[in-house]
Design a protein around this ligand. Structure first.
Ligand code: SAM
Length: 227
């Protein structure tokens, strides 16, 4: 999979060198490239924003600079993800859909966001027929300062689903949100008693059927409590 992110703060993406995502790049499972939006400006001040039409607070990111960046980064088969708190809510199902993509592009807004015509332009039929799809996505009902952290959240959730990224692919099978409404049972490791709190006895019993039943009951209890 190829992942590109366009941002005015490329440094935000340094964590992608770490842990599983860093290793996935070393192994060639994943190719990540971060673009500085200001490299696509044409004025001396590298301006990326301007005042909003209609007045109001804040600044809006200019469509020309985003257009120049995206024209270079988009390829046939790209999924263009425009981060916005007004977008479709990201969840595990969406992570699974994006994990099947060949090429994800994350457009990170700042200020009051990106001029709305950018998403509108790349949603047109001429791009759709090249299998370029535009998705406006929110990671939750709150407002962040920019799309960088939201992109990192999505990239981590999506890439751990790619074959070969997790050391043990079985980890994906029974984990929370693997299917609708499912939450994983609580996990414990050694020692058997920590600060007077014992591990549930059944987990030390060696009785696999009893352990499986306990885990299923605990998972159901957690899911019910969450409703
Ligand atoms: N004026 C926008 C609004 O009220 O919908 C908020 C803009 S926010 C301050 C700046 C940028 O942060 C957005 O363009 C988006 O890229 C990113 N952002 C903020 N909250 C987000 C969220 N919940 N999910 C995804 N991206 C978010």
């Amino acid at each position: 999979m190829r992942i590109d992110a366009i941002t005015i703060f490329p440094e935000y993406f340094a964590p992608l060198q770490l842990s599983l995502i860093g290793k996935a790049q070393e192994r060639g499972i994943l190719e990540v490239k971060i673009y500085d939006l200001r490299d696509f400006t044409s004025d001396n001040h590298h301006t990326v924003d301007d005042t909003p039409y209609g007045g109001g607070a804040g600044m809006v990111m200019k469509p020309e600079v985003w257009g120049d960046a995206l024209d270079q980064v988009l390829t046939p088969d790209s999924d263009l993800i425009i981060l916005t708190p007004a977008g479709r809510r990201f969840d595990q199902r969406m992570a699974e859909e994006f994990a099947a993509s060949k090429h994800l592009i994350f457009a990170c807004g700042r200020y009051e966001g990106i001029d709305a015509r950018v998403g509108q332009y790349y949603s047109q039929e001429q791009f759709h027929s090249q299998s370029i799809r535009v998705h406006e996505v929110s990671i939750g009902d709150y407002v962040l300062g920019g799309g960088e952290v939201a992109s990192l959240v999505m990239i981590e959730a999506i890439t751990r689903l790619l074959p070969g990224v997790l050391g043990n692919p079985d980890s994906l099978v029974e984990e929370s949100h693997a299917h609708e409404g499912f939450l994983e049972y609580p996990n414990y490791t050694k020692p058997p008693i920590w600060r007077d709190i014992p591990v549930p006895e059944v987990l030390l019993s060696g009785n696999h059927a009893a352990i499986a039943k306990w885990r299923a009951d605990e998972a159901a209890r957690r899911a019910k409590n969450q409703l």
